[in-house]
Design a protein. Sequence first.
Length: 362
Amino acid sequence: MKVTIFAGSSQASLFARSLPLATKLRDYGVKCTVVTPIAWDLIAKGKLGRILSIVTTHNPRKYIQTVMDLPDATIIEKVSSLQIYMFERVLKKRGVKNIFDLNDAIFLPTSNLFGIKVRPSSFCLEDILIESDYVTTNGHYLLNYVRYFNKNSCIIHDPINIDLFHPRKKRKNSDKTTITWEGNARVHYENLILLIKPLMKIAKEYNKSVKFKIASYLGDWRIKSLFSPLEKYMEVDYGSKKWLSTEKFAKLIYDSDIMVAPLRRTLWYEGKSALRVGIGMAMGIPVVASPVGEQKYVIKHGVNGFLARNEQEWYNYLRMLIEDEKLRRKMGREGRKTAEKELSIEVNGRKLYDIISSLVEG
């Protein structure tokens, strides 16, 4: 069976979703090719780069090659443009099964044009959803939207390598309790603001016996400015100035005792996956997260993590976990079970393989 994946314009989703799923499909004997997007951000800066990434996401020659050497199925990741719609129709006429993967809420308006709200990254989206043989999403919010247009749809979580992200096998050297946030700090500045007040209360109460780690700040001066007031009361580790390999990134967070995942309550973040809390769960680290996006479906409050709705709850749940090591271990074990049963690359890769096989054989 031959499958071609056209990755979306986001480098983050390429490495977190497209490439891991492609690797697992290959484990099942699928000849899987990943077409990566043009790196327009390196060619044209600012708005021009973003516009070009929407208008021409991939090298057009890749579309021609695909039509000339037809795969059994294609997976198109959240690219919604006229060229993709026409490309999908050409493939469909030639018997190729098309799966559209929606992993961001691109149907929401994000820009203004002469006072009118527009959604520049989702032209033809509804037509593409209708034309697709199957649609996958990474969470319930996106799935509920998709099912208005296509009932052949399901959730494929951003897959987690639970062999790489595993509970630490040795006790850490430090006696400090380490609270960790992981992700691309550059695009989560406003979410990280939610942590400042509860962390300040924690820092003043526990007298430098607690450490906060950011994995990683990527050299963003705004992040350092945001958290520098905490340094008077607790150690702050800003992580790396540059992107790390997945293996190095995993090692960076092995010493964590608590994982935090704040998200502002907006429609855009309702479309976010459970990847951030899932990594913590896979590593047996108890998680405290905002009840936003797929996080509120994956976390069973009080069992495999806590859902914090406001500043006081963030403080309360962090304090409970800091003071109760047995609770941390218990929640960590439950989180690991969740990662193994729902979020792992094995579970989600197999689910995607079964979908493709059913479409091609049916």
